[in-house]
Design a protein around this ligand. Structure first.
Ligand SMILES: Cc1ncc(COP(=O)(O)O)c(C=O)c1O
Length: 457
């Protein structure tokens, strides 16, 4: 075997299709319900928020959906992204495991989020949407959509969780640099935001609240503004599958095939992006790769949440979906991985986890930063705190392989860099971070607020 470190594809290898797991999934999709009537949603309801092409992708069972040329042109700015073998990390761990990572932080905005932002901005422009609204937690998604909207000449309003707005001024400035308007949520621009501020002017905000505000603005705009979500929905996960499709080719170049594919999960999009093409190979071509989703112990929707129907947002305006949920009333602890602080998870991923096709674990914050620092000191890239959850699990796997004397091939998705997350690193380096285990009683209490669903069998 060669001692190659970087496995690079050319522009000609850029995928021409997104992969839709619903064509091959052994578990049927669960219905999406209207938050008012609790009946399955109609395209009419969804069209208030989304352009028709994205609605059709959301319900499609086509295996492959062609990536429009305009989207591929923007992908060419940073795709195919590199795949690297983490030789220095392997050496530091003294493990027989081979560790590979796909580097999505190579995108101009620093994460995988641009893969779907570009597609969503394109379809909205095509559908003559006048402006977009969205929420952002850590700011990665907001930055990606800001750049994509700039390319398609679409004004964008970003509702940024207030605690992150204050913690991460540079992400806000990046979004403004690309031309977006950024507001600290809760704001006084929406009925929901005003009601929350009247109760508590210091409300720190949450992703659920920011989603509610962005949805309210779009839903009350008389059709001028539409809403864009950076994770959870089928079409978002599908746009991310370029990650896994490229990785399959790059692992082939390396002459290896992964025993385990690992990534962090917030709403599930970067994990699905790398894992679903490998799941297709498991389901159709007899491969047996383990697929491991990693979440924080502070927001453990898969490992501690209940698998049930719940609202997608706090104000109960977004559709109800079946997912592993901590409850839409979830108040997230202020961990630094802002992008993993969501109460739910992508329905397709939950159904596959429930049926045993995907594994999940949760890891605590301090051990996550310890892994991030070890990665930075060996590979040089400072990972986003979200991505570092996948690194923690990767290191655990590599150490387990060492203990068992196994040559294990591990592939993880480095979903983003952490160059804007220095405050989090500083807090860790100064011993100021704490672990937080989300209490089972809080989940139990939140389950008393779930919607009551009686679907006809
Ligand atoms: C770098 C990075 N990785 C992962 C995530 C989690 O989102 P998802 O599960 O949709 O990939 C985020 C969300 O903001 C992020 O910024």
């Amino acid at each position: 075997m060669s001692d190659q470190t970087r496995f690079l594809l050319t522009e000609n290898d850029l995928p021409k299709f997104w992969y839709n797991i619903h064509a091959d999934s052994p578990v049927p999709p669960t219905p999406v319900l209207h938050p008012g009537t609790m009946e399955p949603v109609t395209p009419d309801f969804l069209s208030v928020l989304f352009p028709m092409d994205l609605i059709l992708q959301e319900i499609s069972t086509e295996r492959y959906i062609e990536i429009p040329e305009e989207v591929r042109e923007i992908y060419k700015l940073y795709r195919p992204t590199p795949l690297l073998r983490a030789r220095r990390l392997e050496k530091a761990l003294d493990t027989p495991a081979h560790i590979y990572y796909k580097y999505e932080g190579a995108s101009p905005v620093g994460s995988h989020k641009l893969n779907t932002a570009t597609a969503q901005a394109f379809y909205n422009k095509k559908d003559v949407t006048k402006a977009l609204t969205t929420e952002t937690g850590a700011g990665q998604w907001g930055s990606a959509l800001s750049l994509a909207c700039n390319y398609f000449d679409l004004p964008l309003e970003v509702y940024m969780v207030k605690v992150s707005y204050n913690q991460k001024p540079y992400r806000r400035i990046l979004m403004e640099t690309y031309g977006a308007q950024v507001y600290a949520s809760p704001t006084d621009r929406t009925n929901y935001g005003r009601a929350l501020l009247a109760e508590n002017p210091d409300n720190p905000g949450s992703l659920g609240i920011a989603i509610s505000e962005a949805v309210e603005v779009a839903a009350t705009s008389g059709g001028a503004k539409k809403y864009s979500l950076g994770s959870v929905l089928n079409h978002v996960l599908m746009h991310q599958t370029v990650i896994g499709e490229e990785s399959l080719k790059q692992m082939d170049m390396a002459g290896e095939y992964p025993d385990v594919v690992i990534s962090c999960v917030g709403g599930g999009s970067n994990f699905a992006g790398i894992a679903y093409p490998f799941l297709r190979e498991n389901l159709k071509n007899g491969k047996r790769t383990r697929l491991l989703a990693v979440e924080p112990t502070a927001a453990p929707s898969l490992t501690k949440g209940m698998y049930t129907f719940d609202y997608g947002d706090t104000a109960k305006m977004a559709p109800i979906v079946k997912m592993h949920t901590l409850g839409h009333t979830f108040i997230p602890p202020t961990i630094h991985a802002g992008g993993l602080r969501y109460h739910g998870m992508a329905p397709s991923l939950c159904a596959l986890y429930d049926a045993g096709h995907i594994e999940a674990i949760s890891v605590p914050q301090k051990a996550t930063f310890e892994a991030a620092i070890q990665f930075a000191r060996s590979e040089g890239i400072v990972p986003a705190p979200e991505s570092a959850h996948g690194i923690r699990a990767t290191i655990n796997e590599a150490l387990d392989a060492k203990e068992k004397g196994e040559k294990r091939v591990i592939l993880f998705n480095l979903s983003g860099h952490g160059n804007f997350d220095m405050a989090a690193y500083e807090a860790y380096l100064h011993g100021e971070l704490e672990d937080y285990e989300y209490p089972a009683e809080a989940v139990k209490e939140a389950m008393t607020h779930l919607p009551e669903i009686n679907l006809a069998a």
